[in-house]
Ligand binder design. Structure first.
Ligand SMILES: [Cu+2]
Length: 163
């Protein structure tokens, strides 16, 4: 019985992890589901989002990001100011030890300015992230519809709570 149970659990985990087509590891960090919101063909700006799970005992920091699609790439946060949601550049994005940092619409995000090419729906583009401890990693960001919500978000949080 125990054997059957572990086999079932094993296949369940296999199914869960295969749902994340885009997963990257750098040092003790795991980056899941990088995506970008579709923008009009004439847009000068775009944004990217992803989850970072820090499996280490040490806090890390996202220091910078760069991409060939844009002349300028910044780390951004959304915050309430004078009763309005505004976004502004931040120096770093904290990646706390044994925790999940989710970059998502309305929160932290990567912002691209002066687009050299506007990524089309269904395409991917390259994004290089540099972390203080884990170092640099190049990831592929998939362009999704403006209404897209990452399906794995809940599962990632559930897995995280099991640690
Ligand atoms: Cu922004």
């Amino acid at each position: 019985m125990k054997t059957i149970k572990s086999i079932l659990l094993g296949s369940l985990f296999a199914l869960t992890s295969s749902a994340y087509a885009h997963e990257y590891n750098v040092g003790d960090l795991q980056i899941d589901q990088p995506w970008s919101k579709q923008v009009p063909p004439t847009s000068q700006v775009a944004a990217a989002f992803f989850n970072v799970m820090n499996h280490s005992n040490n806090n890390d920091e996202l220091l910078s990001a760069s991409s060939p699609i844009a002349e300028k790439t910044e780390l951004h946060a959304h915050m309430h100011e004078d009763g309005m949601m505004k976004m502004r550049e931040v120096e770093i994005i904290d990646i706390p030890a044994h925790d999940l940092q989710a970059l998502k619409p309305g929160g932290y995000h990567i912002m691209f300015f002066n687009l050299k090419e506007v990524p089309q729906l269904g395409e991917s583009f390259s994004l290089t992230l540099t972390f203080k401890n884990a170092g640099s990693v190049e990831i592929d960001v998939k362009v999704e519809e403006a209404t897209y919500i990452p399906e794995g978000m809940k599962e990632v949080e559930m897995n995280h709570n099991k640690h």
